[in-house]
Design a binder for this molecule. Structure first.
Ligand SMILES: *[C@@H]1O[C@H](CO)[C@@H](O)[C@H](O)[C@H]1NC(C)=O
Length: 549
């Protein structure tokens, strides 16, 4: 049997290849239109914008062969934008025609009372019920959650009944989260990023054992009030080389990663484990995402030799949740040539990253944006990467520190009232953005940074706080709540977690979508499982650990 991957060159297909290989199958990339009709099975993953995906299919001459292949009755599976292209069109790119296999138009989520993109884990409710109910069909288990990342979706309607396999509710909207009819099966979520629960879906497609009989379907309608979107727990690994040249995960206090020199210790880099092994451990313990940060990325280095690329390649063989990489995502000069930030990001995506995180450079980009009267140039790293790979692929990592003031009129910056006064009794502070790993403060506050980056197309905010980092005293709730209310994209709380209660507190008091921690996970002070158990007790919906294949 030959399984083909229909790849139009956008995004991270390595995870999908790794998932298929792990299940014991080989997969070949489609190189030319005639390959499509040679396939016995096709998987078509997609990321980025609808228009880019369709333009690529047209330019490569794939449209007619895909339609012929589907008409031939051979199994076809689309993922995310790969599913959206099955429809007639999308509001994301009006005027660009989809493949038109399924009637309907893909619409944008409203962000009235929820963050957009819909980024995270959510349930898929089976609407084509079988008499032998209670079992997985197409590997889909209605009581587990899958990883979604998209701003556009097809709203569910009765008219789509014949095609709708599952629906998912996000806030007040119910959308089609997978479609199935005859030989076509597509998911809006990413099975290759949904842990072992997702791998079971891929295996069902690859083996043909779908446990689904299309002569015995009972059609259901979506259960009202069924929003099962979960809060995400993210493990973060600060990676650098130690003095022996080995890659280690490290963690500093207020960004200082060296041991205090005393006695025998000469101030070595703190070694908290090896990145690939640690990432695998966190995946198995139930982390919903893993972030790698290159904390020595301000130097230049030949692009192809970055050790982080190898970390990503090896991690994506065993870790089937989203991976983010931060550090060094900017234009770089190496080996006598310049690589654009877009090329650097593309290299990371091809190595297995799903998102890139931009830190210092986002500050410079925002400064330029304001200097230029808020007119986007279209040339920044944020814009170029978001255009090619989608907003969800661009995370802005914010590293602020507090500047205390007595009254809001003491500064032009956006101030936040503090529940605990500053060292001289100050009741307010503004949060100053820093660059170069926290070494230099700039004349830009967090609110200015995040609103500029959102306007330029970033898809998520990773919000640190230098005053809280390494303190184990809890997240900076005032800063996080204030930032959460300033943007419509998802916000990840970071810096300060020391106990399980800090996680429930940040979700309850700020409404953020995700919480990140590093040191307490590395040192095994607070296991991820304990965090999730505590959140469940607090009635906060989280993903369970599922390691059955
Ligand atoms: C981090 O970035 C620097 C500068 O590009 C590079 O020298 C170093 O090898 C990178 N580290 C990893 C783990 O990729």
């Amino acid at each position: 049997m030959s399984v083909y991957l229909l790849d139009y060159g956008a995004g991270n297909v390595r995870s999908l290849l790794n998932a298929v290989n792990k299940l014991g199958y080989d997969i070949i990339s489609v190189k030319e239109p005639s390959d499509i009709l040679k396939a016995d099975k096709i998987i078509f993953p997609g990321v980025g914008a609808f228009g880019c995906a369709m333009d690529a299919l047209v330019a490569k001459g794939y449209v007619e062969p895909i339609k012929q292949y589907i008409a031939s009755g051979k199994p076809f599976m689309g993922i995310c934008v790969g599913m959206q292209t099955m429809f007639e069109g999308s509001d994301e790119t009006p005027g660009v025609k989809g493949l038109g296999i399924v009637p309907g138009i893909v619409k944008k989520f409203n962000s009235d009372n929820k963050a957009v993109p819909h980024m995270g884990w959510n349930e898929a409710e089976l609407l084509k019920v079988q008499p032998k109910d209670g079992q997985e069909s197409f590997g889909i288990n209605p009581s587990t959650v899958y990883y979604f990342v998209h701003s556009y979706a097809v709203p569910y309607s009765e008219a789509l009944k014949e095609w709708t396999f599952t629906t998912t509710q996000y806030g007040d909207e119910v959308f089609v989260s997978s479609i199935q009819r005859d030989n076509v099966f597509c998911t809006q979520f990413h099975p290759e990023k949904s842990g072992f629960a997702g791998l079971r879906i891929l295996r069902s497609f690859l083996s043909g054992q779908t446990n689904f009989d299309d002569k015995e379907i009972l059609y259901k309608t979506p259960t009202p009030g069924h929003d099962c979107f979960t809060k995400r727990i993210i493990a973060c690994l600060d990676v650098r080389a130690n003095d022996m040249g080995d890659l280690v995960v490290t963690k500093g206090d207020q960004y200082d990663v060296r041991e205090k020199p005393d006695g025998d210790s000469k101030g070595d880099v703190r070694n908290l484990g090896k990145p690939v092994e640690l990432a695998k451990r966190y995946f198995e313990e139930g982390a919903d995402e893993i972030t790698f940060l290159n904390i020595t990325s301000f130097r230049n280095c030949p692009l192809g030799d970055l050790p982080m690329l190898e970390v990503l390649r090896r991690t994506s063989e065993t870790v089937f949740v989203p991976l983010t990489i931060g550090g060094g995502i900017r234009d770089i000069v190496a080996d006598g040539r310049t690589y654009s930030a877009l090329e650097v990001a593309g290299t990371y995506f091809r190595s297995g990253a799903d998102k890139v995180s931009i830190g210092s450079d986002a500050v410079y980009i925002a400064e330029e944006y304001y200097a230029n009267n808020r007119v986007p140039t279209g040339k920044t790293a944020i814009e170029t990467i978001a255009n090619a790979y989608g907003a969800q692929a661009v995370v802005i990592s914010v590293d602020p520190k507090r500047v205390y003031v007595n009254s809001p009129s003491d500064t032009t910056h956006h101030v936040i009232k503090q529940s605990t006064p500053g060292p001289n009794g100050e009741e307010y502070c503004w949060y100053q953005c820093t660059v170069k790993g926290g070494r230099e403060g700039r004349d830009l506050d967090v609110r200015q940074l995040v609103t500029a980056c959102e306007a330029l197309g970033a898809g998520e905010i990773l919000l640190n706080c230098m005053d809280k980092d390494g303190t184990n005293s809890g997240y900076d709730l005032e800063l996080i709540a204030d930032t959460r209310s300033a943007v419509r994209i998802p916000v990840i709380a970071s810096s300060g977690a020391g106990r399980v209660e800090h996680f429930s507190e940040v979700f309850e008091k700020t409404g953020v979508e995700a919480a990140l921690a590093a040191g307490i996970f590395h040192r095994k002070e607070v296991p991820i499982a304990a965090v999730k158990e505590h959140l469940r007790e607090k009635q906060i919906h989280v993903r369970g650990v599922d390691l059955t294949l």
